[in-house]
Write a protein that binds this ligand. Structure first.
Ligand code: GLU
Length: 278
């Protein structure tokens, strides 16, 4: 099977050195194996994504000397694919509508005296999972906004135990339960990151999902979704994150390491590649 890797930025800001490193790692894996390197624009969060950043991403990557396959997949143009995956999970009775606001959730956690911590904060306390069917129907009929959550215990019971392989961490036992009932479709966007990324990597035939170690924990969910949706299982490569001189992770808000700024200051692509070990 030929190797397919991808770089999948969200156009919510300028690319910085950390993104450059991620794209270079993914492209190098593909190149070494004589495989293919893809670029995917993860722009379903229309509230945060901006068109000019998309053009900027392509300019930066081309400047770095990278080449990727066209056409570039943009998530906002493929909402049907995510809706189909949701419909499938819905038919398996694994989803439920969640009407909670952040305030409702915080209030319930306080009332209950806390909630177990998941990788992304306290786990959802399950309020809407146990909603009486007539109340749920009433709220849906009234047009109340809702997210769709995965009934995690039910999903895990269906798939049994799962594992995955990471090129750096080795063999990993999947532990999606730590996340609790994750959101797969948000009130304001028709798919969550977890759903869209899993569907896309499968549809695009990605064989090595290459991304930063900050997304390592998310892979537990992605592995579960693959099992539920009968999708092929790739390998993962969660690479190290770049930090600044104080040890803090680089972020889009730090202008100093943005590729556009560095270019404007006269740094060459060769210098940046060398700095990053390429
Ligand atoms: N779009 C995500 C981000 O920019 C990365 C998704 C992934 O590589 O799986 O953080």
């Amino acid at each position: 099977m030929s190797t397919v890797t991808r770089f999948a930025p969200s156009p919510t800001g300028e690319l910085h050195l950390g993104h450059a490193y991620s794209a270079l790692v993914a492209a190098a894996i593909a190149k070494r194996a004589g495989g293919r390197f893809l670029l995917r624009i993860e722009d379903i969060d229309t509230g945060r994504c901006r068109e000019p950043f998309i053009a900027g991403i392509e300019t930066d990557l081309a400047w770095l000397g990278l080449d990727w396959e066209r056409p570039v997949r943009r998530q906002s143009q493929h909402l049907d694919d995510y809706a189909a995956a949701l419909a499938r999970l819905q038919a398996m009775e694994l989803l439920y509508p969640c009407f909670c606001t952040r305030g409702d959730i915080a209030h319930e956690i306080e009332r209950a005296g806390g909630a177990p911590q998941g990788p992304d904060g306290p786990r959802y306390p399950g309020l809407c999972r146990s909603l009486a069917p007539e109340i749920r129907a009433e709220r849906l009929a009234a047009g109340a906004p809702f997210a769709l959550r995965l009934d995690m215990d039910k999903a895990i019971a269906m798939t049994g135990s799962l594992a995955w392989h990471d090129r750096i961490a080795g063999s990993v036992q999947a532990d999606p339960g730590r996340w609790g009932d994750v959101v797969l479709a948000r009130k304001d966007t028709p798919a969550s990151y977890h759903l869209a990324v899993t569907v896309d990597d499968a549809l695009q035939g990605v064989t090595v999902v290459t991304r930063g170690a900050d997304l390592f924990a998310a892979t537990h969910i992605h592995r579960l979704l693959q099992a539920l949706l009968d999708l092929p299982v790739p390998e993962w490569c969660h690479h190290r994150l770049l930090t600044d001189e104080t040890g803090r992770r680089l972020a889009k808000r730090d202008r100093a390491t943005s590729l556009r700024t560095l270019r404007g200051a006269g740094r060459t692509a060769d210098e940046i590649r060398a700095l990053l070990g390429f």
